[in-house]
Design a protein around this ligand. Structure first.
Ligand code: 4AD
Ligand code: MG
Length: 465
C-alpha cells in the first residue's frame, strides 16, 4: 500500500500518475451504472478528494453498498487529472477497505443543511461537518498565531493554575472545587457555614476566572509573559457570547503603561488575523460565502486600519448624542452594555474601538487609579458584532493605593497577601490584557453563537460531551 497522504496535501500538490493512499470518512456517494463517485474527507481541508471507483475494483458490489455517508475508509489508487470542473485532480481507486460503516437509517449527518442547534446536540459528530470543520481549523491556526506572535517578541509562555483560592476579577462568579462528600459536608461549630478548613485544600478553592494575578507574579521575574488556557465563570448568562468555560490569552508586561498595552493588543489582533487568512484561505472564503458576507472585509479592515480610540467619558457623550434609542440607560458611571459597545464599534466607528479610562467603580480592583481618582487606566477593545473581545489595564503598582482599592470594593485582603507582596518587593509599572479566545474566533468567522466555536461548549445546562 502506498504511503498515506493527507487530502489537503493531495489537493494542493498531488500529480497525475502518483499512487497514493488516503484515509478518511465518506461525505457523499453517487452510484452510476458502471462506477461510483465518492467524496472522502479527512479533516485536513474543507474540500474532500473525489474518488472514482470502477466496477472492476475487487469486491466492488459489496464494498460500495457499505460506503454510505459517514463510513470510514482507506482507498489506494492512482491520481488522474479530473475532467470535472472545480477540481484539479481525482483519485482512481484500485483498492478499498472499509473500517466502519455508518448506517444511513440512523447516522444523523445526512447531506442537507442541519441547524447549529441540532448539531450542538450531536457535538460528538458535528466536527465532521463543513462549518464546524472550518471553525476548528481556524481555531487551530489562531492558536498557533498567538504563540508565534508572543514567542517572536520574547514573551515567556507561563502556565497558570486552573484551581486557585482568590478571585481575580472580584466579581464572585466562581465555581467551587471541593473534595467533600456532598452528603456529609462538615459545618463550622456554629453550623452557619461550610468548614472548608476540612476540605481537600484546607480552604475554599475555585476554578480560576483568570490567570492574570499569577501572570503578574511571573512578569515580575521575566518581564514579558503570557498565558493561554481555560478559565471559568459561574455567571448565569445565557447569551451568544458567554461560556462557563472559555479560553483566555493574557499577556502581562513589566515596565509597560496603558499606551504600550493598547499598542500590543492592536498589533496582536492584526497579526492573528493575517496569519489565519494565510493559513486557512478556503475556510475563510467559506465563512464569507456561507455564514457572514462581511468576514473578509472585516479581516481586511482589522489588518489595514488603525483601531479607533476614545475615552469612556467621550464614549458616553457619543452615546448620549446617538439618534437611536437603547434598552439600557446611558449615563456616566454606568457600565457599557453590549448594545452600547456594538453601537460604537459597528455603527459609529465601523472598526474595532478601544475605550479607555473607565470609572473605577465599574472595574476590577487591580486597575491603576488615574490622577482624577475617579477613573482607572483600563482599556476594552470592542469589536463590531461581538462587543468586548479584550479587557485590559495598567495595574496598580502602588501598595497603599492597591490596599485602599481592595478595601473599597469590599474584598477580604487576606487571600491577596502574595499579590500585595509584589508591590512591596521591586514593584514596577506594568500592564496586560485578556483576550476571550472564543470571541476572537467568533469575530473572525462570523459565527453567531459562541457555542459553535469551541468543540465542547460549557454553558448553563450544557455539559454533555
Ligand atoms: O474582561 P475580563 O473579565 O478580564 C479579565 O479577566 C482580566 N483579568 C484580563 C487581564 O487583564 N489579564 O475578561 C477578558 C476577556 C473579555 O474581554 C472577553 O473577551 C472574555 O474574556 N470573556 C468571556 N468569553 C466568553 N465567555 C465569558 N463568560 C467571558 N467572560 C469574559
Ligand atoms: Mg471585561
Amino acid at each position: 500500500m502506498a504511503s498515506t497522504r493527507r487530502i489537503l496535501d493531495v489537493l494542493r500538490h498531488g500529480q497525475p500518475d502518483e499512487t497514493i493512499t488516503v484515509k478518511g470518512w465518506v461525505r457523499t456517494k453517487r452510484e452510476q451504472k458502471e462506477f461510483s463517485f465518492i467524496e472522502v474527507n479527512d479533516g485536513s481541508s474543507m474540500a474532500g478528494l473525489q474518488v472514482v471507483v470502477n466496477q472492476d475494483v475487487p469486491g466492488y458490489a459489496d464494498t460500495i453498498k457499505r460506503l454510505s455517508t459517514g463510513a470510514s475508509v482507506a482507498i489506494s489508487g492512482t491520481l488522474v487529472e479530473s475532467p470535472a470542473k472545480g477540481q484539479r485532480i481525482e483519485l482512481k481507486a484500485e483498492s478499498l477497505e472499509v473500517f466502519g460503516e455508518a448506517d444511513p437509517e440512523t447516522y444523523p449527518l445526512q447531506k442537507k443543511r442541519h441547524s447549529f442547534e441540532f448539531l450542538r446536540d450531536i457535538a460528538h459528530l458535528r466536527a465532521r461537518t463543513n462549518t464546524l470543520g472550518a471553525v476548528f481549523r481556524v481555531r487551530n491556526a489562531a492558536s498557533t498565531a498567538i504563540h508565534q506572535f508572543f514567542q517572536e517578541r520574547g514573551f515567556l509562555w507561563v502556565h497558570t493554575p486552573i484551581i486557585g483560592a482568590s478571585d481575580c476579577e472580584g466579581a464572585g462568579e466562581m465555581f467551587t472545587v471541593t473534595g467533600f462528600d456532598l452528603k456529609k459536608i462538615p459545618l463550622t461549630e456554629d453550623k452557619q457555614a461550610v468548614d472548608f478548613g476540612k476540605d481537600f485544600f484546607g480552604k475554599q478553592a475555585f476554578l480560576t476566572v483568570s490567570g492574570q494575578l499569577e501572570a503578574e507574579i511571573m512578569a515580575m521575574a521575566f518581564s514579558n509573559v503570557y498565558t493561554f488556557g481555560p478559565t471559568f465563570r459561574a455567571e448565569n448568562s445565557n447569551t451568544s457570547r458567554h461560556l462557563a468555560e472559555f479560553w483566555m490569552v493574557e499577556p502581562e508586561m513589566a515596565f509597560c503603561d496603558l499606551l504600550g498595552d493598547m499598542e500590543l493588543a492592536e498589533a496582536f489582533l492584526k497579526y492573528v488575523f493575517r496569519f489565519v487568512l494565510e493559513q486557512c484561505p478556503e475556510d475563510m472564503e467559506f465563512f464569507n460565502q456561507r455564514i457572514d458576507d462581511s468576514v473578509l472585509a472585516t479581516a481586511d479592515n482589522i489588518i489595514n486600519n488603525e483601531f479607533a480610540r476614545v475615552t469612556y467619558t467621550e464614549a458616553i457623550a457619543l452615546l448620549e448624542k446617538a439618534t437611536r434609542t437603547f434598552e439600557y440607560p446611558v449615563e456616566w458611571g454606568l457600565d457599557l452594555q453590549s448594545e452600547h459597545e456594538r453601537y460604537l464599534a459597528e455603527e459609529l466607528f465601523k472598526k474595532p474601538t478601544i475605550v479607555t479610562d473607565y470609572p473605577a467603580k465599574i472595574k476590577a480592583f487591580y486597575m491603576r487609579l488615574n490622577d482624577d481618582e475617579k477613573t482607572v487606566s483600563a482599556m476594552d477593545i470592542l469589536a463590531p458584532k461581538i462587543g468586548e473581545i479584550i479587557g485590559g489595564s495598567q495595574r496598580e503598582e502602588r501598595l497603599d493605593v492597591l490596599e485602599r482599592r481592595i478595601q473599597e470594593v469590599g474584598l477580604d485582603p487576606a487571600p491577596y497577601w502574595w499579590y500585595l507582596d509584589l508591590r512591596r518587593y521591586g514593584t514596577v509599572p506594568h500592564a496586560g490584557f485578556g483576550l476571550g479566545f472564543e470571541r476572537l474566533v467568533q469575530f473572525m468567522t462570523g459565527m453567531g453563537n459562541i457555542r459553535d466555536v469551541i468543540p465542547f461548549p460549557r454553558a448553563p445546562q450544557e455539559v454533555e460531551f
